[in-house]
Design a protein around this ligand. Structure first.
Ligand code: PGA
Length: 245
């Protein structure tokens, strides 16, 4: 199975730049025809990106985050029901660290997302301090403890993103990623039936670019990548897709 490329554009591209990116994709349609790509634009560009992608139905679109609530007095936030999307990211380390989102908050967002969209991406991963204290598996256990007992027929992607690898240029080694993914795989095996497990994918994220993606693609159990900065640069995005196995 070819890997899935989830592009987390964070706050890198404004609306105009996002549409320009999609028009470059449209003129390169052959490259994307048989690829599994998910794009997570900033919320303000979501509607325009969805429209611009109308002639490329195989490209999925999602929200980078959603609120704990579905509606109400939450200035500046975005409900998962604000616009129809295919996917949503919850628990990204930038949300956990900058916005102080704890397990309780991520759990509520996970529930909302699993209700509303086809595919939810739950991000997990340890900080450098936790890694140095040999607490990686402890952190993984804690962050997976919010998983629901059933997925209600929806798809779940667990993205292992060591915080020390995000935006730092430091890619975790293949052995290290393989070890953590195997730990995650065992943890979810004890929770779900084989039928549900077939709807769960495991991703890696953290400084993936066109130089690292080919080697990372060989990691057992890995189904795809959540890519930040390199995914917002069209040339790099294209090269990653060409090299992804
Ligand atoms: P990065 O971000 O590829 O820029 O390290 C990954 C992520 O935050 O999902």
């Amino acid at each position: 199975m070819s890997k899935i490329f989830a592009a987390n554009w964070k706050m890198y591209l404004n609306e105009e730049e996002s549409i320009d990116f999609i028009s470059k994709m449209s003129s390169n349609k052959d490259l994307f025809a048989d690829k599994k790509v998910m794009i997570f634009p900033s919320h303000t560009a979501l509607s325009s990106v969805k429209n611009a992608l109308q002639n490329m139905p195989n490209i999925k679109v999602g929200m980078q985050d959603c609120d704990m609530k579905l509606s109400g007095a939450v200035t500046g936030s975005n409900s998962i029901s604000s616009i129809p999307v295919d996917s949503c990211i919850v628990g990204h380390s930038e949300r956990r660290i900058i916005f102080k989102e704890d397990e309780k908050i991520v759990k509520k967002k996970l529930e909302n997302s699993l209700q509303a969209v086809e595919t939810t991406i739950l991000c997990i991963g340890e900080t450098l301090e936790e890694k140095n204290q040999d607490k990686t598996f402890e952190v993984v256990d804690k962050q997976l403890s919010i998983l629901p007992s059933t997925l209600n027929g929806k798809k779940l992607i667990i993205a292992y993103e060591p915080v020390w690898a995000i935006g730092t240029g430091l890619v975790a080694s293949n052995d290290y990623i393989a070890e953590v993914l195997s730990y995650i795989n065992n943890a979810i095996k004890s929770l779900y039936s084989d039928e549900v497990l077939s709807e769960i994918n495991l991703f890696y994220g953290g400084s993936v670019d066109e130089n690292s993606v080919e080697s990372l693609s060989t990691i057992p159990l890995l189904d795809g990548f959540l890519i930040g900065s390199a995914s917002a640069d069209f040339k790099k995005f294209e090269n990653i897709l060409k090299k992804m196995r």
